[in-house]
Design a protein around this ligand. Structure first.
Ligand SMILES: [Fe+2]
Ligand SMILES: [Fe+2]
Length: 362
């Protein structure tokens, strides 16, 4: 495309009042469409009217021109690499965006920091170690969508907007766990290579498909199960509130990932084996996490309340969390249309107490 330059001829005519008026008289866009606000206001679903609601499976252009606009034929190619709707879409993405925007919260204002009680030093230490791990893993769920966002065709703008909300959500999660670690005298604990290796797997994913399966479905699913256990492990109402607020956000990210995979597979069932291969590689994180002292022991200590009781319980508490993580993950895989029972390739003893062994081993 030729470099755009100022149209001085137009300027000379316009100075004399000889305007072009093409944008006013000759547009091909859908005049007369009037989106009606619903009960909560004017939502993305409300404005999906007429052809504006049609999201093409394979957009003809790779531009930032708004979908439904009358597009200049000379628009440049932006070089997007994700140009198939099924690569990023999910049937719930419009609603998830609306929910994300309406449920934003502030880690500064909405957590009653001044009500943090003085805790037993071991419990404070355990909470801070857990916050260290969470603060570490949360940010990859911002980095991964951010890495792929610019490559997504602008015709899938609602999916891009949802991923923007995820980036903001994860910034806040990183913030709130960092703040909790520093707010009550404990500080940050140990960061482990095993965790970093999984994060790298997500960041290095060769496709959005691969990274989204590893992150939205598997990694964030694990984190969601931990947040759900927050009621049991939170040492005070302050941490309960932190876990509860994070859980709302995390549930959206996982809902997107699950429904996105479902959409992707419904459009192209032949991709199932590729997704199985991604998860074969990623699921090892479950057995690695539940054999890492910096994860198992803080959780056990928070559950039991003291070192003696934790030693009495042994792996009982972590096992409870591990079986929940696996069961909830298996349910999500079922829902996405990618059943993983009988396919999980992690040591059998790490699957004990779950239904993972059911089904046919591939
Ligand atoms: Fe998060
Ligand atoms: Fe998340």
């Amino acid at each position: 495309m030729a470099q755009a330059s100022a149209d001085l001829d137009y300027a000379r005519k316009a100075r004399e009042g000889r305007f072009d008026w093409g944008w006013l008289r000759d547009t091909g866009s859908e005049w007369g469409v009037r989106a009606k606000p619903s009960r909560v206001g004017l939502t993305l679903r409300d404005i999906s009217v007429g052809t504006y609601g049609d999201v093409p499976d394979d957009p003809p252009r790779r531009t930032m021109a708004p979908r439904g606009a009358d597009v200049d034929p000379d628009v440049p190619d932006m070089g997007y690499t994700i140009n198939t709707k099924a690569e990023v879409w999910s049937d719930n993405v419009l609603d998830l965006y609306e929910e994300a925007v309406s449920r934003q919260w502030s880690a500064t204002r909405d957590i009653p920091w001044s009500e943090l009680p003085e805790l037993d030093p071991d419990i404070e230490h355990a909470m801070c170690q857990l916050c260290t791990v969470l603060s570490e893993v949360e940010m990859v769920a911002a980095d991964f969508p951010a890495k792929w966002l610019w490559q997504i065709n602008h015709d899938f703008v609602e999916a891009k907007m949802f991923l923007c909300t995820q980036v903001m959500d994860e910034a806040r999660h990183t913030e709130v766990f960092r703040k909790r670690a520093l707010a009550n005298g404990g500080g940050l604990g140990k960061a482990k290579a095993v965790v970093e290796q999984f994060l790298k797997l997500i960041l290095d994913a060769r496709s959005y498909d691969e990274g989204s399966a590893l992150m939205h479905l598997l990694g964030e699913g694990i984190v969601l199960s931990v947040f759900r256990a927050g009621e049991l492990i939170a040492p005070s109402p302050v941490e309960k509130r932190i876990f509860r607020l994070c859980m709302q956000d995390e549930a959206r990210h996982v809902a997107y990932g699950t429904m996105h995979l479902r959409y992707r597979l419904s459009r192209d069932p032949s991709l199932a084996e590729d997704f199985h291969a991604y998860l074969d590689q990623g699921e090892e994180i479950i057995s690695m996490l539940f054999t890492t002292p910096e994860v198992v022991e803080p959780v056990t200590l928070l559950l039991t309340g003291d070192v003696k009781a934790a030693e009495g319980l042994g792996l009982g508490g972590a096992d409870l969390l591990r079986t929940r993580v696996i069961e909830e993950y298996l349910q999500r895989c079922d829902h996405a249309g990618l059943p993983r029972r009988g396919r999980m390739r992690i040591p059998a003893e790490m699957l004990e107490g779950t239904t993972a062994a059911e089904g046919t081993v591939a």
